[in-house]
Write a protein that binds this ligand. Sequence first.
Ligand SMILES: [Zn+2]
Ligand SMILES: [Zn+2]
Length: 377
Amino acid sequence: MKKKLRNGLLIFLFLLLIPQMVWAGDMQVHFLDVGQGLSILVQSEGENLLYDGGGRDASSYVVSYLQNQGVQQLDYMIASHYDADHISGLVGCLSSFPVENLIGPDYVHDSQLYTSFMGKAKQMGLKMQHPSVGDVYPVGSGTFTVLSPQNASDQDSNNSSVVIRLDNGEDSFLFTGDAEHDSEEQMVSAGLDLECTVLQVGHHGSASSTSWDLLQAAVPEYAVVSCGSGNSYGHPDADTMEKLQSMGIQVLRTDKQGTVTAYSGGNGITWDVSPCDDYTPGNPDDTGTMAGDAGVAAYTYTQGATENSQSTDADTQDLGDGNSDQETEAEQQVWISATGSKYHSRPDCGNMNPSKAVEMPVDQAVAQGYEACKKCW
Ligand SMILES: [Zn+2]
Ligand SMILES: [Zn+2]
């Protein structure tokens, strides 16, 4: 009798708890070690999503990794953008797995690789889908929402990256591809929900991505940097790593730890390895260029640059890592407007009021959180 009563009580308590529990299935998110490039595999309830496939050297690794994970079909293949270090490996996957939905930004890339990628897709009977901001797709026990690009352009491949937030219960992941400050600014100013548990650090940790604005909107618990060990770009940049460290964001890195996998049950994330929390830059001589926003300089310089299919992310040379920035800009005076968040090289940039502009050394402006103006800097 007593036992029956106790069992009844337990069942009653359990039923009482049900509405409070978050019901989400399991999801695994693998950040593949593709060297200098990006590739992320998401698996949940028998469904698979592949976001980028790394560069040419990683192609066979990606295919065999997917096979080892039991992947038999890809419900989604997303090309963040059409640079070689993101789509070379996708070509091999198109040959190896049936693909249900192929998604990529709406621009035509002037490269042989792009042509062969699109040719392969066509051969497999696939039509490239160009998503709009706000589109939501189901995947396994979760969903993903498209956050960028508003407008894609072959002139600005990185900022045309398809950015998505993947949600599983209360856990969320932000995949940004190579999105840089322009794209980040657009998402932030559009008021999109960028909050996430895990941030894939944009453009391999380059200084041209991961602005304070983005970080403050995303407030991730973890950040994953995908880049090649000893890569020639110096990814990740000292500035980016300093920002992550100063916000107390735990870091995982494919260049230091190889492939890393997150497990989400919908209510907190665990990893197959502990975060390495290694905030050292890719280039050991990079002492940080918080003075002078190197990323914007690099971005402006390469805006008109073209690239060929042979390059691995030649789209943005990380010029900001050079010491010249530091030497020339450290003593420089800049102008701050009364209300803006940027520093300027002259007191009358744009529609700022020169009589209210304040002059100060660039170091001081940066220390106060100002960023370089893209128009005049
Ligand atoms: Zn790129
Ligand atoms: Zn890239």
